[in-house]
Design a protein around this ligand. Structure first.
Ligand SMILES: [Cu+2]
Length: 371
């Protein structure tokens, strides 16, 4: 990323406090165009959104500083529609380049948001790796590497002990493959590269009961996953000792390395930045919800899931008949996942997001709406 030395946040606060004219102050901060950090401070000081000035630079801000802006929730356009790297944290998580594409419908992610129905017997899956143009946000479309054209790939569901047979084809010009987490024969572990035009069949016996990621395991793995080759496997127990739930959701957090520099510029739940901010996931008051939460983020070592205004029961890897703990936040390393269960007791919006602000503010804010 094009990080540049603009001094500490404290220095910038001081410069701003010594100058009544916001624009003059920003010039003194040594930026030709507003940076994310400066724009954030501009929002805090001036109460206006710097993106509207049209003076943003194309630089991407290093993570972890300068995001303290005034976030606008009022402007449906939410800042400049730029194909450049993310700028304008003043637009914040509520718009700008981290909002979903305008033409995306409210049901566009239903195929991944809502877990597929339980199955019995052998599960046959056709899985083709294809490259597609994927609009990850209003400001960014990338050439994604996908299973069956979507990122995340299709959610696979099976009952513990049943066979999952994946008919795999690589329809791209790069090596790829498909590797499941969980317990299965090492002969079908999916780490061997499948060349362009190649195909194979993976057969695994589903287990253990829980939620497990699948992903491409071709080197470099981080690039193959971050370009979209990941998905969710739900394995149901034969006899379910858990408290029944009314709704099952899948929330896979991922990062997008737009400029392929080994760091993420945009983040998303289920593949599209800001989607669940624009379209809250509606849940009836009092219904019990199970959300399968997966951290599929590469390059950042850890991310968390945090729910506002309510607590949830945590089943690490979705395993077991009783929760390990009750919390309002769980931290997940790369490929770590959990089933979280909760009930929203009264009407209202309940925010969820990773508590790493540099991740949350770049597309990973969302809401459950208790209706
Ligand atoms: Cu791959």
């Amino acid at each position: 990323m094009a990080g540049c030395d603009r001094g500490s946040v404290a220095d910038r606060r001081r410069v701003l406090s010594e100058n009544h004219d916001r624009r003059e102050a920003l010039k003194k901060l040594g930026v030709g165009g507003l940076t994310v950090a400066a724009a954030g401070l501009a929002g805090a000081v001036g109460g206006s959104r710097a993106a509207a000035d049209g003076t943003n630079s194309g630089s991407a801000e290093p993570h972890g500083e300068g995001h303290e802006g005034t976030y606008s929730n009022n402007d449906p356009q939410g800042g400049r529609l730029s194909s450049e790297l993310p700028v304008g944290a003043a637009a914040g998580p509520y718009g700008g380049p981290y909002a979903p594409p305008d033409d995306l419908a409210a049901d566009a992610l239903d195929h991944v948001t809502y877990a597929p129905a339980r199955t019995t017997g052998t599960v046959e899956v056709e899985m083709s790796v294809v490259e597609v143009n994927h609009a990850i946000s209003r400001g960014h479309t990338i050439t994604a590497w996908t299973y069956n054209g979507t990122a995340p790939g299709p959610t696979i569901r099976a009952t513990e002990g049943e066979l999952i047979r994946v008919h795999f084809s690589n329809l791209t010009g790069h090596d790829h493959n498909l590797h499941f987490h969980g317990r299965h024969s090492p002969l079908h572990d999916g780490w061997e590269p499948i060349p362009p035009g190649g195909d194979t069949v993976y057969e695994i016996v589903a287990g253990p009961a829980g939620v497990h990621p699948y992903h491409c395991h071709t080197m470099p793995i981080d690039r193959h996953i971050s370009k979209g080759l990941y998905g969710t496997l739900i394995v149901d127990p034969v006899e379910d000792g858990r408290q029944p739930v009314d709704h099952e959701l899948v929330l896979a957090l991922s990062g997008w390395d737009v400029d392929e520099d080994g760091g993420n510029e945009v983040y998303s739940w289920n593949g599209v930045a800001g989607f669940y901010h624009k379209f809250p996931i509606k849940v009836p008051v009092g219904d019990r919800v199970r959300a399968y939460v997966l951290n599929m983020v590469e390059f950042d070592p850890v991310a968390s899931f945090h729910l506002h205004a309510e607590m949830f029961d945590v089943y690490p890897s979705g395993m077991g008949d009783s929760p390990l703990l009750t919390a309002d936040i769980i931290s997940l390393g790369q490929m770590e996942r959990a089933a979280v269960e909760f009930t929203l007791p009264e009407l209202g919006r309940y925010m969820f997001h990773p508590h790493q602000h540099s991740i949350a503010a770049r597309g990973a804010m969302g809401w459950f709406a208790a209706v």
